[in-house]
Design a protein around this ligand. Structure first.
Ligand code: MN
Length: 418
């Protein structure tokens, strides 16, 4: 234990914060780790391009192109992440072997058995996402909202197949599975009918949820979006739609992705509102830069504010946290780990704030003192606590971080063809 940590611990103690307790708590808070950072949202079930109004930019060498490579990269990335994890899979990451193939509407648990083994060997839970993009049955940019009943049926069946797989994950890993539904559906230009697609979306979701799944094992989320590339004028699954749907359907949780709002809106300000009305909420934590650009999460102001709200609202047991970004312009494993570590830092920093004192100052109108306290905390010796957290979790600190990335790049990534 460094003297830096001992000194820092004393300073936080004066604020009534027990850093040892904070470290022990944070260690067990799971953050769901998106598999799609490892291969630029490519998946294993199709050859076509990434569609759905999302884009991965960059061509850094060494992208994982097989499930073995992706799992190896995940292991490497997780070795750099302090604290608990779940893995977050998309349906497009089904693993087919011996020439076998099943389309999205006919996916079965067995197509994910290798992922289950991977998770069980590492004592990880699995979260899941149906994949409503990058597929020939996306017709005119539409899936669950299509006026073509064959298209809509295909995607409803996909949703049901995914519920069955999510239930399998939960049973096998003995850990609830958060299954998030996001569709890209919408229009590039001004629609002639906004209501029709939304009513079809509502009906499609209800049909999917009619599959008799165990609500204790599978937590279904609906994720909103404000727009996508090529869907600038209208997105069916808007914020109001998903909030309304979740509020009116038992067991459905709203999911907020902080890249899915207008650029001046912040999710940190929305969390407390939702917690007034929902037992549980879910977050996709990302970094939008002017639009839903899915930049790597950093230890920046909005990530810190988001984490503060989670802690202040006593939300660790009510808020499902998942990362969601994809950067192909830098080392992908570093991207994974930087994002996870940034969120961990933000949560750790948030747990080192005397929230009760801040509330008391606010409620007594002592806003000058509140501002002074908040500013004071910004230069507190947080770095020493972070280093101690990494040490306790047996992962490298920020000084040694790049060496590990470079070593893996040298040994493994540089030998790959892509
Ligand atoms: Mn998302």
């Amino acid at each position: 234990m460094s003297t830096g940590y001992e000194e820092a611990k004393k300073r936080y103690e004066k604020l009534g914060i027990d850093t040892e307790k904070v470290i022990e708590t944070l260690k067990n808070v799971p953050i769901s780790l998106h598999c799609w950072q490892g291969d630029d949202v490519t998946g294993f079930d199709h050859d076509g391009p990434l569609t759905g109004g999302i884009q991965t930019t960059g061509n850094y060498p060494g992208r994982a192109t097989t499930y073995e490579e992706l799992m190896s990269d995940l292991d490497m990335a997780m070795s750099l992440m302090p604290g608990a994890k779940k893995i977050n899979l998309h349906a497009s990451y089904a693993i087919f072997e011996d020439g076998e193939f099943a389309d999205r509407d006919e996916l079965l648990p067995k197509h994910f058995s290798r992922w289950v083994s991977f998770a069980k060997e590492r004592s990880l839970g699995i979260d899941f996402n149906p994949t409503f993009f990058s597929h020939d049955m996306v017709k005119d940019g539409l899936t669950l909202t299509s006026p073509d009943e064959d298209v809509r049926r295909f995607w409803i069946d996909h949703g049901k197949a995914c519920l069955r797989i999510a239930e399998y994950f939960a049973k096998e890993t003995k850990n609830e599975c958060v299954m998030n539904i996001w569709i890209p559906d919408g229009y590039k230009d001004i629609p002639g009918d906004r209501l029709g697609p939304r009513l079809r979306y509502k009906d499609s979701l209800e049909q999917i949820l009619s599959y008799p799944y165990d609500k204790k094992l599978v937590k279904v989320c609906v994720e909103s979006k404000v727009f996508g590339i090529g869907y600038e004028s209208y997105t069916v699954g808007s914020s109001e739609f998903t909030l309304g749907f979740a509020a009116s359907h038992e067991g459905v949780i709203p999911l907020m992705d902080n890249g899915h709002y207008h650029p001046t809106e912040v999710v940190s300000d929305k969390i407390s509102s939702l917690l007034c009305f929902y037992d549980e909420i879910a977050l996709h934590i990302t970094r939008p830069v002017r639009w839903d650009s899915d930049h790597v999460v950093l230890f920046d102001d909005e990530t810190k504010e988001l984490a503060k709200e989670i802690i202040r609202c006593d939300g660790l047991n009510r808020i499902h946290m998942a990362l969601d970004y994809f950067d192909a312009s830098i080392n992908r494993i570093a991207a994974w780990a930087i994002g996870y570590r940034s969120l961990s830092k933000a949560l750790l920093a948030a747990m080192l704030i005397p929230h009760e004192l801040e509330k008391e100052l606010q409620d007594n109108g002592r806003m000058t003192e509140l501002m002074i306290l908040q500013e004071k905390l910004k230069t507190y010796p947080f770095g020493d606590i972070w280093e101690r957290y990494c040490e306790v979790c047996n992962v490298v600190d920020d000084d040694q971080f790049y060496d590990r990335i470079h070593d893996y790049e040298d040994r493994v990534l540089s030998k790959r063809s892509k």
